[in-house]
Design a protein around this ligand. Sequence first.
Ligand code: SF4
Length: 382
Amino acid sequence: MIEKKLRDRKVNLQSPIMKSILKKTDNQGDGSRYFSEKIVEWYHANHRKLPWRETRDPYRIWLSEVILQQTRVAQGLPYYLRFVSHYPSVYALASAPEEEVLRHWQGLGYYTRARNLIRCAKVVVNEHGGAFPSSYEKLRLLPGVGDYTAAAIASIAFDEPVAVVDGNVFRVLSRYFGIRHDIAQSASRKVFAQLAASLVPREFPGTYNQGIMEFGALCCLPKTPQCAECTLAAACYAREHQAQALLPVRNVRKTARKRYFYYFVFMSGNRIAMRKRSDRDIWQNLYDFYVAETSRQQTLRKVLEKDEQLRPLAARLAELEVTGTYRHKLTHQEIYARFVVVRPRFKRAALPTGLTFFTKKGLERLPKPVLISRFLADRKIL
Ligand code: SF4
C-alpha cells in the first residue's frame, strides 16, 4: 500500500532510503496504516485541549497556525485568544488598522507574519467573499500561507489528505524510519515530504496531522524523547539503534549576524521622539528611536562623529547618559543595543529627521519591538 502511494507520487523507489523504508514497512503489513493508526490512537488519548482544536473554522485554524509558527503553545495561546476576541471574523481582521494589529502582535516577533495576516485577511474578504478557499492548492496562493499552513488548514478544516511537514515531522519520521538525510538540504526535505504524503490516511487527515505534530511536541522530544512510553517504540529505528540523539541529521548551522545599535532617545519635556521603521529590515512598520548602526563595537564618540545628524552632540559627549548593553536575540541576528538619552537641555542639538514626539499615552499605543519596550520599562517610562 505504501509502495503504491509512493509510486503514484512518482517517487524513485530504487533510492537507498526508499528501499530501506519499504523494507521496514513490509514487516508491518501495510506500513503506512500501522504508523498513522498508532499516531491517531495516541493523539486521541494524549493531546492537549486547546481552543483551535475545538473548531473546524478555517479562519481560526489559520490564525492559530500563523501565531504558532516559531512560537511555543504556552506563549502563543494568549495571543490566539486576544486575536479571536478582538477580531472574531476574517472581516473584523481585514478592516483593522495595521498599527492596532501590530500592537496586539507585540512580543511575538517575526512581524512579517502579522503584516501578512492583514494582507491575507483582505484577500479572503475581497477576492473570496470572506470564505477561505477549500483546497491546498488555492490556500497556497494566499499571502503568507506556505506549504505547512496550507496543508494544516486543508486537512483540518476540509479533510484534504495532504501532509504537514515541519520540524516535529522531520524528527519523528527520521527517527522512526531511520532516515539519515540532512534536513538542511532541500533534496532531503523532498524525501521527507514524499514519505509524509504517503503516510496521510484519507479518512482522518486532519486528526493524523495534528497527531504527528503533537506527538513530536510531547513524546518524541528533541532532547528527551519519551521512548519508554512511546507507542511507536516497538518498531522505531532510533530506539533500536540508540540513535535518538543523532536524528534528525542537521549539518548547517547558520551563525547569527551581529549588529550594534546606538539608540538616541531625544526627550522634550515628558515627550519622546520616535520614528516608524520603513526600511526593508527587521521590525518593519514598528516604532523605535533614532538609531546609528555599526557592524562592530564602536565608541560613542566615533558613532557621533560619523553621523552627520548626530555630530552636534559630540561636543557635549561627557554630559550624555548612556545605558549598558542590551542583548536581543532574533533567529538569525543578535542585536547589541545601547541607549543614549538626549535630555531637553541639549536645546542646540539638531533633531534628526524622521522623528515625531509622542506623549506617554501616545507611546503606549504604538507598536514597538520588545527591545524598545524593555528599555522603556527599565526607565519606568511605560
Ligand atoms: S521510540 Fe523514541 S525515538 Fe522512536 S518515535 Fe518513540 S519517542 Fe521517538
